[in-house]
Design a protein around this ligand. Structure first.
Ligand SMILES: C[S@@+](CC[C@H](N)C(=O)[O-])C[C@H]1O[C@@H](n2cnc3c(N)ncnc32)[C@H](O)[C@@H]1O
Length: 334
């Protein structure tokens, strides 16, 4: 039904109701009075809460406009009962007040219910911010947007909010060396190298078991091929690190708990005091995404922290609420 047709229909219904009111009131003033109350309250209620899907629920202003129209409706009704005008004055007051209150309360109730249903942050964040963050986290992760994320045209399997944190860390620390386990297409290594370009310091060593062709070439990036925990790779990394190097480490290779724990044990010694050992994808295994992944980076962090007191979790790096590395920003404090 078009908007115009709907308005014509409403007009006809209103005219019919008015005629009914005039007819009933003319014969039985008391029945007319009751009918006028019911009709005006109902009309104010309907106007206060618009009919139709997707329409905004009533607000105070809309409820008020409902009252204004209901009052007009009643005034018209009163014209047809001029002789009993005084009897209708109190009814006009109670009907409009009742319509106003009912419209307002119903509108508020609907608004609250809608917020609960859609999990609208404005309502729910006050009660339970974690639920809001977790539900957005799942939405974001399950959309696979991170697999369609790139840096300067090269795929980077990252949440941009984490990349921003990396940028802040690199700016603040100006590391001489960044070691990344898990290269994939090289987008994250290129990102790290680009930030090093901007701050004017640092080189990137990135390790992957796979030698993928077409990775970006950059004067600050060195690619190593092999397992990140193999003695051969660890030897190459050791020989690339100078004693005075400020080093930052990111773990983003095999995400199974045992492998990440082995990486934590092997690479933590490269991290200088005040710098970070970033354990990526601690969100999998149900924290809060991919519960089917089983014990992974988060569980490795727990085991590592239980045996190493030189690192603490820096929750300040989770300030954007959404991070793929919850409890994964480990700061070396000694
Ligand atoms: C999640 S991807 C890395 C994503 C990349 N850092 C990025 O953000 O675009 C994981 C990578 O780790 C590599 N990998 C798996 N097991 C490994 C291991 N034992 N040692 C080193 N790399 C490994 C895989 O080949 C894969 O390319």
């Amino acid at each position: 039904m078009s908007r115009l047709q709907r308005h014509i229909l409403y007009g006809l219904v209103a005219a019919l109701l008015l005629a009914l009111l005039a007819f009933v009131g003319g014969r039985h003033p008391l029945a007319g009075l009751l009918l006028a109350i019911v009709l005006s309250a109902g009309l104010a209620h309907l106007l206060a809460y618009p009919i139709g899907r997707g329409r905004a629920p009533a607000t105070g202003m809309r409820a008020f406009s409902g009252v204004a129209v209901a009052a007009l409706y009643l005034a018209l009704a009163l014209l047809s009962f001029r002789e009993s005008l005084w009897a209708f004055l109190p009814s006009m007051f109670f009907a409009t007040a009742g319509g106003f209150l009912s419209g307002l309360l119903r509108g508020r109730g609907r608004l609250a219910r809608k917020r609960r249903r859609t999990g609208s942050p404005s309502a729910a964040a006050v009660d339970d911010p974690t639920a809001v963050v977790d539900s957005f986290h799942r939405l974001y992760y399950e959309s696979n947007a991170f697999t369609r994320t790139s840096w300067l045209g090269v795929s980077a399997l990252k949440c941009p909010l984490d990349l921003w944190i990396y940028q802040e860390i690199i700016h603040d620390l100006k590391p001489d060396l960044i070691i990344e386990c898990g290269t994939a297409s090289g987008g994250s290594a290129l990102f790290l190298a680009s930030i090093c370009d901007l701050v004017g310091n640092g080189r990137v060593i990135t390790i992957d078991i796979e030698d993928k062709p077409g990775r970006p070439q950059h004067p600050r990036i060195t690619y190593l091929h092999g397992s990140s925990i193999s003695p051969a790779i660890l030897e190459q990394v050791k020989s690339a690190v100078a004693e005075e190097d400020r080093a930052l480490v990111l773990l983003d290779s095999d995400h199974r708990k045992d492998h990440v724990l082995a990486e934590l044990r092997a690479y933590s010694s490269f991290v200088t005091s005040g710098s970070y050992l970033i354990v990526e994808d601690t969100n999998i295994g149900g924290h809060p995404v991919a519960p089917e992944a089983g014990p992974g980076p988060m569980e490795a962090v727990d085991a590592f922290l239980a045996e190493n007191s030189a690192f603490v979790i820096d929750e300040g790096k989770e300030k954007f609420f959404l991070t793929f590395n919850p409890r994964g920003y480990l700061k070396r404090i000694k």
